[in-house]
Design a protein around this ligand. Structure first.
Ligand code: GCV
Length: 680
């Protein structure tokens, strides 16, 4: 869109003067690469402290090494690490005793991991005090969707940090150490190195040797390495004629492979498997069940204490409701998995949308340990351009979904080889918050973000400005929901790369459940997906009572999930008295307004980081603001045309302009500001 028309339209729509001012300023900013914020939340090197540790545990030795390089608190002269059992402290928990007279801190734990976590906890603000803690989940794991060619599926911070081609260089080792310490400080204890859309070549000898090198670097930091495996590996790299899990040769192939892996990596964690999903091979190709497949792999890993995390992200193209399918396929298998299998379930029943109700499998799998899968990378939340602090979303999930059988939490990583690791500098907070919530899901988003800001060296926010920073961060995800898909709308994204709105998307021959119209079902009468038992797909029946009944009735269904579960007339009135159309307008406008407020907050926070980072974030917020307007106009213009209604505010973009917009990017790319300014 041409600049003059753009400004004219802005004036017409009476947008805030601040927006006009900053949009005009924007063309002067040119953001270059910088290295300033690559230190994540790691402590600064200084004189360190004197440490006493007499044991031989590698994690405790690492803790002692870190403490001797970085002083957690200059009041204390000595830190003692003691490995011993303490009543009430589990294996990887710890307790801290402070002697203020002797100026000594003692970290006590039954394990080296506990000593490491206890030691690292001392770097959190005001944490050199008597306290105890332990991880609520045994598995706290990143899932990298990194490919062997260096690309990262849904990765927006550059290429993969893993190197598969040659022995590691000094720089790579230093990078992995930084990654490992950052993870350990957040409480993360595992990492799956490669994409769930796994190449069979991942299990070749050459690659496994590289995996072993990485595992050696991460081990002292308490981080186990895991791999995603391709279920057809025996017939691709093993040259067997089948990958049927009930075939003896296939089972033997996996047993031999496990033996080979453990000979290289004695503490290898296990396998993550995406099977019979989005074209990946799996046991169903041979008429077997997911349990048959998972158990066969689990038995190969069992002698070494390895585990299988088997994903429940499945949906066939033909079913009338994608949201019901994982439950329909997996719930009947509850109780049929071996003890070292965990079923890994995405937080919501569709796919990492800005807001989803929780997956009913968290209710339905009563006899199976589960791993809750969250997405840290922002596939559906504006990639690395939009500020969306995700802890509030995860907090909502942990509060709403039953956690009885959840033994692990997995996060699809937002880590790449960009200087700052995460593309958007503030997206580092999501990586950190993921780890902290995996450790203790009862922590509060606003406390985590304050803690993160206080320990992150490239950011310096005084007490006076902290409330503004916290508000900006904590409100950001709700703004995204508002300007993208409020009141339960979902999957209105552009085809393939999922950046920007495309409620109008039509691709000849495409799977229906990959198209926005499958989800919004907007027509001249109304909008929304009817998932009720009474008249719709019956997805509400997958939830237990009384929740089922609450969701079934539009009068009691929470507004945030209304169009997820109901198809409602345009003039349907919410309890507030608003029609659906009015409520949609209110939310979309609030989303745009919310981004304008975040930009104002960021201006008020100027000086809290070095200018280069400040301007980078400022520029990304401007892109987000333009994108929010694009989203609002795209959705309200499109739905308004269906409903024969006009948006409340004059749009800045017409549907005729927006429909032909093509970003032309792949699934590995964050669209640049210049590209977006050119095409949208
Ligand atoms: C790794 C969504 C994403 C895919 C991803 C898949 C999954 O469909 O768009 O990129 O594939 O989820 O979680 O397996």
């Amino acid at each position: 869109m041409r600049q003059r028309a753009y400004i004219l339209l802005m004036i017409m729509s009476r947008l805030r003067p601040i927006l006009l001012h900053t949009l005009a300023l924007s063309s002067f900013f040119c953001v270059s690469a910088y290295r300033g914020d690559s230190n994540l939340w790691l402590p600064k090197a200084d004189s360190g402290t004197s440490v006493e540790y007499k044991g031989k545990n590698q994690n405790a030795i690492k803790a002692a090494e870190i403490l001797s390089k970085h002083l957690p608190d200059d009041y204390f002269k000595t830190i003692k690490l003691e490995e011993k059992k303490v009543k009430g402290i589990p294996y990887d928990g710890y307790t801290i005793n402070v002697d203020s007279i002797e100026r000594t801190v003692t970290v006590i734990s039954p394990s080296g991991e506990g000593l490491l976590y206890g030691s690292l906890s001392l770097y959190r603000p005001n944490n050199c005090k008597n306290h105890s803690d332990y991880p609520r989940n045994q598995i706290r794991i990143l899932n990298h969707w990194d490919n062997l060619d260096g690309t990262i599926e849904r990765g927006y911070a550059g290429k993969s940090i893993w190197n598969w081609d040659s022995p590691l260089t000094k720089e790579q080792i230093a990078l992995y150490e930084k990654y490992a310490l950052a993870n350990a400080m957040a409480g993360i204890n595992g990492t799956v190195l490669n994409n769930v859309n796994a190449s069979p070549n991942m299990l070749t000898k050459e690659i496994l040797e590289r995996v072993a090198e990485i595992a050696d670097i991460l081990r002292p930091y308490g981080i186990k390495v895991y791999l995603s495996v391709n279920f057809a590996s025996p017939s691709v790299i093993g040259r067997l004629e089948t990958a049927d899990p009930l075939n003896k040769d296939v089972a033997k192939w996996w047993q031999d492979k496990a033996k080979e892996i453990y000979s290289l990596i004695p503490d290898f964690g296990g396998f993550l498997v995406k099977a019979n999903s989005e074209g990946q091979p799996g046991p169903c190709d041979f008429g077997r069940t997911h349990a048959d497949g998972a158990n066969m792999l689990a038995r190969a890993l069992k002698p070494y204490d390895g585990i299988v995390m088997w994903r429940a992200f499945v949906y066939s193209p033909s079913d009338p409701d994608r949201a019901k399918q994982a439950y329909a396929e997996f719930q009947p298998l509850d109780g049929k998995f071996d003890s070292n299998v965990l079923v890994q379930v995405k937080n919501g029943p569709v796919d990492f949308q800005p807001r989803e109700p929780y997956s009913p499998l968290f209710d339905g799998m009563k006899k199976t340990p589960l791993v809750a899968e969250l997405q840290i990378t922002q596939e559906y939340l504006g990639h690395a351009n939009h500020l969306a602090y995700l802890a509030p979303m995860w907090e909502e999930f942990f509060e709403e979904a039953p956690q009885n059988n959840v033994k692990g939490v997995a996060g699809v990583a937002n880590v790449g080889n960009n200087d700052n690791f995460t593309g958007h500098p503030l997206a580092q907070a999501n990586w950190y918050a993921f780890g902290r919530l995996a450790w203790d899901p009862t922590l509060k988003s606003e406390d985590i973000v304050e803690e993160w800001a206080q320990i992150t060296p490239w950011i310096d926010i005084d007490e006076k400005r902290m409330p503004e920073f916290k508000k900006m961060m904590c409100d950001s995800r709700e703004h995204v929901v508002d300007y993208m898909m409020p009141i339960g709308l979902h999957h209105q994204f552009a085809w393939g790369h999922h950046y920007g709105p495309q409620p109008w998307c039509e691709i000849p021959g495409a799977r229906a459940d990959w198209l926005p119209s499958y989800y919004h079902k907007a027509d001249s009468d109304g909008i929304g997906f009817d998932r009720t038992i009474a008249t719709g797909s019956g997805a509400t029946a997958q939830y237990p009572s009384p929740l089922k009944d609450t969701l079934e009735n539009p009068a009691t269904c929470p507004e945030k999930y209304l169009l997820w579960f109901h198809h409602l007339d345009w003039d349907y009135r919410l309890p507030s008295g608003e029609t659906i159309w009015e409520a949609l307008n209110r939310h979309y406008d609030a989303g745009v307004e919310g981004v304008a407020e975040m930009r104002e907050s960021w201006q008020n926070l100027e000086g809290c980081t070095e200018p280069e980072i400040y301007h980078d974030i400022e520029s990304r917020l401007l892109t987000q603001h333009k994108d929010a307007i694009w989203w609002r106009d795209g959705c309200l213009e499109y739905f308004g045309r269906k409903a024969n209604l006009k948006p409340n505010k004059l749009s800045m973009h017409s549907l005729e302009e927006m429909i032909p917009v093509e970003l032309g990017i792949d699934n590995y790319t964050n669209p640049s500001k210049d590209l977006l300014d050119k095409v949208r």
